[in-house]
Ligand binder design. Structure first.
Ligand SMILES: O=C1C[C@@](O)(C(=O)O)C[C@@H](O)[C@@H]1O
Length: 244
């Protein structure tokens, strides 16, 4: 997998920092802070941004922050309330915004919530013609699917969105849930690019053993967490170097 700047990605242990500013002034300051911390990818969580529905402004801002990124690839994520994010919008508005982001924003990655788009033919066709790498995602902040359900979901994701990154972030209720996430990550990650996260304290190990679990990327924090269980970027760099 290559970035827009034609730089190949590491096959595992990539580190991603989230950008969670509410307005343009904060966004521009935060980008510099994140770039200084040297992550492999920056995720702009646009659901934290007040004006994520204003496409002209979003396009403008991507163009403004891109030169500041030092070639660090940008992932854009619009996380809806139903999947644990801030955007309180319907699935149809979600699809509409994703279509507009995919058409107008010059970015490396776009997160697509699988259950909010499912088999939306129009979107599928449009995305096929874009150069963006898709991160097909599923989140549950209350529980974890069984191993069989996870395998089935990942298969379905691959069917509709081949050659993408597949991400499952779920809350474990006990360590057996964590083991199931790890086992699916290890198996499916041999063939596909996956990010398999068990959230919270219980699941932290899934954010550290990314190489062993064939998991492509780990989400970390600088100041504010974008999900429970994230480590700071310094902790992640240290721990990933211990478990390489
Ligand atoms: O999907 C994910 C994973 C995540 O929820 C986590 O658990 O680290 C953090 C989010 O910012 C990101 O979009």
């Amino acid at each position: 997998m290559m970035t827009r700047a034609n730089k190949p990605f590491k096959t595992h242990s990539n580190i991603c920092l989230p950008l969670m500013a509410r307005n343009e002034a904060d966004l521009l300051v935060e980008v510099d802070k994140l770039v200084n911390a040297k992550p492999d990818i920056i995720e702009w969580r646009v659901d934290y941004f007040d004006d994520f529905e204003t496409i002209d402004l979003m396009t403008d801002l991507v163009n403004k922050i891109t030169p500041k990124l030092n070639n660090i690839p940008l992932l854009v994520t619009l996380r809806t309330k139903r999947e644990g994010g801030k955007a309180d919008i319907s699935d149809s508005l979600y699809v509409q915004l994703i279509e507009q982001y995919a058409t107008h924003l010059i970015i490396d990655f776009l997160d697509i919530q699988f259950h909010s788009v499912k088999n939306h033919e129009g979107l599928l066709t449009l995305l096929k013609h874009q150069q963006i790498i898709l991160v097909i995602s599923y989140h549950d902040f209350t529980k974890t699917l069984s191993k069989e359900e996870m395998m089935k979901l990942l298969k379905e994701m691959q069917h509709y969105y081949p050659s993408s990154v597949y991400k499952l972030a779920q809350m474990p209720r006990d360590f057996e849930d964590v083991l199931n996430v790890m086992s699916v990550s290890y198996e499916v990650g041999k063939e596909e690019t996956v990010i398999m996260i068990a959230m919270g304290e219980l699941g932290k190990v899934t954010r550290v053993l990314t190489k062993q679990l064939n998991s492509w990327l780990t989400f970390v924090s600088l100041d504010a967490l974008s999900a429970p269980g994230q480590m700071t970027i310094e902790q992640a760099k240290e721990l990933l170097s211990q478990f390489k």
